[in-house]
Write a protein that binds this ligand. Structure first.
Ligand SMILES: [Zn+2]
Length: 470
């Protein structure tokens, strides 16, 4: 290894380490941090983001990068590292340090204001922060540069390489496929779900059972943890988060700039794949349901496997995205995408957002929120200034469907393995096709190589039609 290369790699690893400390601070902020830590945490994260910005944009780092890029005989991994770091630097160099820290500080304040606004269902408490975040992030988008579509640089921050022009027709076809599906499924007699809301789902038992489940799909508890989470959905939240965790556990562990996901969409594809495609399937529960019944004899005494599957796959028009079923879920996302596209373009004023939200829900999901707490204030994302993030949830669902389709083709015994409680071959397939690349390739390139095609709605739609026999 030449000196030029090792100097560059050491500097790049240091930046990556600082970014992961920010990730840790952000995770703590959203999980365990007491409310009074908010001001200090906002200051800490703004300071850290400032340090990362300065290191990444420094002339000296630019020289290290270009000298390393000029080294003869770089291997594909090294070339990928150059590409990834150059992209990060080029994005960051366009931003003034002032803007980077101002956004970080405002995010911290906005999240705290949003928590109170949501609790009291008073959008007006959040409005000034939202306005300020929109203004700051529009300034950021303009600084990063775009060809007339201000939303693009924001989308690119979550889903590198994706554009509004590319996404809109895919989303439109997805919506055209989903709306009649929801219509059909909600007109059927609803499945029995009474047992899900019985208040005898003991949290400790759920936790112990969730540990068994995530271990069963291959999650390594020496390299990750599961925290307690109550509510009827705890088991599925555990599967979802374990799916993210399995991906993280399969990424390159060398601490290089490649030891990261290439996009949020691909990250979400891994969580949704385990939560829904596997975790709500009949083969999966044919193995796990007897153990579930043994753990919860009381709430499940009179419940059959068929009734359980019916309940966990029930489709209904509902208000809250995170509780939505697989079919309606994407309509929640598409509504948010259109709204944020409108306010970033300047076509919708922040103060008009609650009304626009309610109208969009009526049109897309077929239900009108009774208040802002269950409407426009339900998600943290806009309070965090995360515009351009929501689309990655639906991109993740579409990638998950495409990957499952390809995995079934490559692994003829996949469902037998799942029914036997041992989906190891699927995990190994995902490791080889997706996880191991880290950021060495773009998300869509990884999907193309694994499945033969890029982002498309068709596998998700055909999966849902087959599953619900429509
Ligand atoms: Zn997720």
């Amino acid at each position: 290894m030449t000196t030029a290369w090792s100097h560059f790699e050491a500097a790049a690893r240091e930046i990556r380490a600082l970014e992961s400390i920010d990730g840790l601070a952000g995770w703590d902020q959203e999980t365990f941090m007491p409310a009074n830590g908010a001001e200090a945490r906002a200051t800490q994260r703004a300071a850290l983001k400032g340090v990362i910005h300065e290191k990444l944009t420094h002339d000296r780092f630019g020289e290290l990068l270009e000298r390393a890029a000029a080294v003869d005989g770089l291997d594909t991994r090294q070339l990928a590292m150059i590409r990834a770091v150059r992209r990060d630097r080029e994005r960051e160099i366009r931003l003034p340090l002032r803007l980077v820290t101002e956004i970080a500080e405002e995010q911290g304040r906005a999240v705290e204001a949003w928590k109170i606004a949501r609790r009291e269902s008073r959008f007006s408490l959040f409005l000034p922060h939202l306005k300020r975040l929109i203004a700051l992030r529009c300034e950021e988008a303009d600084a990063r540069g775009h060809s007339g579509e201000r939303y693009d640089p924001l989308l690119d921050g979550s889903e590198p390489g994706m554009t509004t022009a590319r996404l809109r027709p895919i989303f439109a076809r997805l919506r055209d496929g989903l709306v009649p599906l929801v219509e059909e499924l909600t007109s059927r007699p609803p499945p029995r779900t009474d047992f899900l809301s019985r208040d005898v789902w003991d949290t400790d038992v759920q936790y112990a059972y969730s540990i068994d489940l995530i271990r069963g799909i291959g999650f390594n508890l020496e390299a990750g943890r599961l925290d307690r989470n109550d509510g009827a959905n705890a088991i599925f939240s555990a599967l979802h988060e374990a799916g993210h965790g399995l991906y993280e556990q399969g990424l390159p562990v060398d601490g290089s700039p490649l030891s990261n996901a290439p996009s949020m969409g691909i990250h979400e594809s891994q969580s949704r794949l385990w939560e829904n495609f596997i975790g709500r399937s009949r083969p999966f529960w044919s193995h796990w349901f007897p153990q579930l019944k043994a753990r919860f004899p009381e709430p499940l005494a009179d419940v059959s496997l068929d009734e359980w599957l019916g309940a966990i796959n029930a489709v209904e028009r509902s208000l809250i995205r995170v509780d939505a079923d697989e079919v309606t879920y994407n309509l929640h996302v598409l509504a948010r995408f259109e709204l944020e596209l409108a306010f970033i373009r300047g076509d919708l004023k922040a103060k008009d957002l609650p009304g626009a939200w309610n109208e969009k829900y009526e049109k897309f999901v077929g239900i009108r929120p009774p208040d802002d707490r269950q409407g426009v204030l339900q998600d943290i994302h806009w309070a965090g200034g995360d515009f351009g993030y929501f689309p990655t949830y639906s991109i993740g669902n579409m990638y998950a469907a495409a990957l499952m389709q390809a995995a079934q083709r490559d692994l003829p015994k996949l469902w037998d393995d799942v029914a036997a409680g041992n989906p190891r071959a699927l995990l190994d397939w995902l490791r080889a096709k997706v996880h191991t690349h880290g950021r060495a390739k773009d998300a869509e390139q990884i999907v193309i190589e694994a499945t033969g095609e890029g982002l498309t709605e068709k596998h998700l739609l055909s999966y849902l039609r087959a599953k619900y026999a429509v």
